[in-house]
Design a binder for this molecule. Sequence first.
Ligand SMILES: Nc1ncnc2c1ncn2[C@@H]1O[C@H](COP(=O)(O)OP(=O)(O)OP(=O)(O)O)[C@@H](O)[C@H]1O
Ligand SMILES: [Mg+2]
Length: 250
Amino acid sequence: MTVVFVTGTGTEVGKTAVTAAVAALAAGTVAVLKPGQTGVAPGEPGDAAEVLRLAARPGHPVTVRELARYPEPLAPDTAARRSGLPPVRPEDVAEEVAALAAGHELVLVEGAGGLLVRYDEQGRTFADLALATAALVPGVEVLLVASAGLGTLNTTALTAEALRARGLPLRGVVVGSWPSGADLASCCNLADLPLVADAPLLGALPANATGEGGEPFRALAHAALSPELGGGWDPEAFTRAHAVPVPGTP
Ligand SMILES: Nc1ncnc2c1ncn2[C@@H]1O[C@H](COP(=O)(O)OP(=O)(O)OP(=O)(O)O)[C@@H](O)[C@H]1O
Ligand SMILES: [Mg+2]
């Protein structure tokens, strides 16, 4: 896995937290790109700064880049239009990823919102950023960050189907924020998410993950992500531990 586009079932589902967790567990050099940061004024910390705070530690540097930022919390295309600033183009993202991939073993690219969020006035989406990059750089895959509870199966299935239709490989699904005292839907979703995605469940980040950065965050990420993402989390054991008996059955 060399270039991973991190998308989500929606906004605020934990893409930044999961991106940071994957970056924290990277075995080699790692870079994180946020192509379009919205809802942040110049000089304010965005998602890239949050990834740096969480994932970097002594001996484990993380390169972070942002291509554009827009002050209003809107889809990047809308935010670009309303601000009069240039939009993010797929070709610019592809070139930036290629440059980062030349100097890093792993490049993570975090989207804004979900997969079909638009980035420019031609209607090109986060999926188009991944496709343009895949034309330039080998090994592009997508990681889907899903919310835990009711509604996530539908948005996960829709995202997986949209990826398949475009020929973009879905590496797996990570639950972005696993609540303590998870409800019935969240517990059942652990078994259903990989089914509807037709891709493995690769982690479940606890809902209190974004406190201290550095080594404590690395340890937390290791306990929450599967070996395929560099961690020690066991999806089958976790799913079994949260299985809810059907009422009336022994
Ligand atoms: N596992 C988690 N532990 C602690 N806080 C979390 C976790 N997941 C999400 N959050 C919190 O929820 C909010 C949204 O999370 P996050 O920024 O990672 O979402 P996102 O999908 O990256 O959103 P965006 O679409 O704006 O980039 C943040 O305030 C974040 O700190
Ligand atoms: Mg984010």
